[in-house]
Design a binder for this molecule. Structure first.
Ligand code: HEC
Length: 126
């Protein structure tokens, strides 16, 4: 009996530090390479006009929470559809207070993969 409780005690001492070492540590998120690619496209093609900080207007509106905003823009369009159309056919919906100055030839200039990565990146901005 006594041996048993010593064993149990040792077991607890072994396991407890292991648990406490695991739970409070924040797992470092591994950046999804597709999202990283999308962010690079954004930096190269969009960051001149769009900030990612809230309430910051460059030439276009801030996209800090575009995944949330996009859902509310056009009835019947999902956030993803709205973002895609906002890039490919920016004239379809003009954000109030802004001019329709976005370049419209991106569908020819971006590869499908870059386009999908860009949309995937923007969908992380909630
Ligand atoms: C020459 C400046 C310019 C560039 C470059 C540009 N945009 Fe825009 N963008 C604007 C302006 C101005 C608006 C607001 C008018 C409108 O709705 O088209 C806008 C609107 C948007 C919207 C809709 C925002 C909302 O709140 O509904 C999205 C999404 C967007 N842009 C994404 C992009 C992405 C992604 C790129 C890069 C591929 C890009 N833009 C490049 C100027 C630009």
């Amino acid at each position: 009996m006594k041996k048993n409780s010593i064993f149990l005690c040792m077991l607890v001492m072994l396991v407890l530090p292991a648990c406490s070492a695991i739970s409070p540590a924040q797992p470092t998120p591994t950046p999804d390479p597709f999202i990283v690619q999308g962010r690079q496209v954004f930096n190269a093609r969009c960051a001149t006009c769009h900030a990612l900080e809230p309430n910051t207007t460059i030439i276009g509106p801030s996209l800090s929470d575009i995944a949330t905003v996009a859902e509310t823009r056009v009835d019947g369009q999902s956030a993803e559809e709205y973002i895609q159309l906002a890039i490919l056919r920016p004239g379809d919906y003009i954000v109030e207070g802004y001019n329709n100055v976005m370049i419209t030839n991106l569908s020819k200039e971006l590869t499908n993969e870059d386009m999908n990565a860009l949309v995937a990146f923007l969908m992380t901005l909630k």
